[in-house]
Design a protein around this ligand. Structure first.
Ligand code: 5AD
Ligand code: SF4
Length: 394
């Protein structure tokens, strides 16, 4: 199983490298390697994450070659002649972003949280949840399995805001993973100290997944007691300036949120110049103060995906697990056909997966990761999408 295609280095200008993939040129930043023209590399999220020998690269390229063009053909056929909003968005996705679909792995390593967000099942006041924390070694082993055995090239490390993992532990996890595995590490650990993120960057973390939740400061401060909207957005901006690739976005369907709020949320996300938009439906959790509020419909969420694609045609848009949870059979496919071009696969050890209960009955918790990968690859191929992340186009 492989989620990336090796590319050939054809240009180097300081840390900016031009890479050729079957004649297509893409750019990636090189922070970690001393490279020469003609060498082969893997890139993820616009970063070079691994150098590969020619002997290793050529057979992989040979295996991909035919499929690469066949998938593009299927995608072009499906995306042609758009009629409705979703199809128009999908057409734009194909035209501006091509058929690559990032598939990141996610490890949910702790469900402890010091916060009390009114919408979230992990909130500290929820005493009906069984809490878990994965040990440092267990996290590193899980990551190693995901990269070496399952073929992931990018991993999200997610937790509640759990201060048990201090700066030292987070850095040990990041460097422990990178010592043995070539991958892009994306931290999703909440609103932690800037210095922690700074140190984690130094040891090799390059991605940050941190939503601003809602661009409406009044709603934000109501639903996240003790937190200040400006500080949240300020932190995302600071970490972006530090060099982190930003994945951010908002919740759809919070009580009191209007369509205008959501339109602004799309633009606010775009203004953060994100590597990826990550927005998804609010799904009520019975053990939270918002448990009795309704969830938004699937169509409502697909509309937001389509609107985002129409406004920002070359963006990367994630189909969230929450969207899939709204319709476990069709959610992922419909999301991908409404303008989205990215997804995540949960690689958390099975025994913890149901405990990470942000909201109930999350999609994908009931099957093994291997089954899920098989399902996703089949779906992507049927839609003509290549499970790859080639970096930015020229
Ligand atoms: N429904 C959907 N998403 C939720 N999150 C938290 N609670 C819920 C819920 N009830 C999301 C938040 C947070 C991410 C980790 O999970 O947007 O940023
Ligand atoms: Fe904690 Fe995040 Fe849930 Fe808020 S949304 S309670 S910070 S896990």
């Amino acid at each position: 199983m492989c989620y990336a295609i090796p590319g050939k280095v054809v240009g180097i200008e300081n840390s900016l490298v031009t890479i050729d993939y079957f004649g297509e040129k893409k750019y990636a930043k090189n922070d970690f390697f001393s490279l020469k023209i003609g060498e082969y590399v893997y890139a993820q999220g616009g970063f070079i994450i691994q150098r590969v020998s020619e002997e290793e690269a050529l057979p992989i390229l040979e295996a991909w070659k035919e499929l690469f063009f066949k998938l593009q053909e299927i995608d072009s056929r499906i995306s042609a002649k758009p009629q409705n909003l979703y199809q128009r968005a999908n057409y734009l996705r194909q035209k501006y972003s091509g058929n690559s679909c990032c598939v990141h792995g996610i490890i949910e390593f702790s469900n402890y949280c010091r916060n009390d967000c009114l919408y979230c099942g992990l909130r500290k006041s929820n005493d009906r949840i069984r809490r878990y924390r994965m040990e440092i070694g267990e996290i590193i082993n899980t990551a190693e399995y995901a990269v070496k055995k399952l073929g992931f090239k990018a991993l999200v490390l997610q937790s509640g805001e759990d201060v048990w993992y201090d700066e030292d532990k987070i850095c040990k996890i990041v460097s422990g993973i990178l010592k043995n595995c070539a991958c892009l590490i994306i931290l999703s650990i909440g609103e932690r100290e800037e210095s922690l993120f700074g140190k984690a960057y130094k040891v090799g973390a390059r991605g940050l997944l941190l939503r601003f939740e809602t661009g409406n400061p009044i709603l934000y401060e109501k639903f996240r007691p003790g937190h200040i909207w400006k500080e949240r957005v300020g932190l995302i901006k600071k970490l972006s300036a530090l060099g982190y690739l930003i994945m951010s976005g908002f919740l759809i369907g919070l009580p009191g949120q209007t369509k205008e709020d959501l339109e602004k949320d799309i633009d606010l996300t775009a203004s953060l110049k994100p590597e990826m938009f990550s927005f998804g439906p609010f799904i009520p959790h019975p053990n939270t103060p918002l448990g009795d509020f309704p969830k938004p419909s699937l169509e409502f969420v697909l509309d937001i995906i389509a609107q985002t694609r129409m406004k920002y045609p070359d963006s990367r848009i994630l189909v969230t697990t929450a969207l899939e949870t709204l319709d476990k059979i069709n959610g992922l496919r419909l999301g991908l056909l409404s303008g989205a071009n990215s997804l995540m696969i949960n690689v958390t050890p099975q025994k913890y997966r149901t405990l990470y209960e942000i909201y109930p009955e999350r999609a994908g918790t009931e099957i093994s990761v291997e089954e899920r990968i098989g399902y996703v690859i089949k779906l992507l191929q049927s839609l003509g999408r290549a499970p790859t992340d080639l970096g930015r186009g020229g």
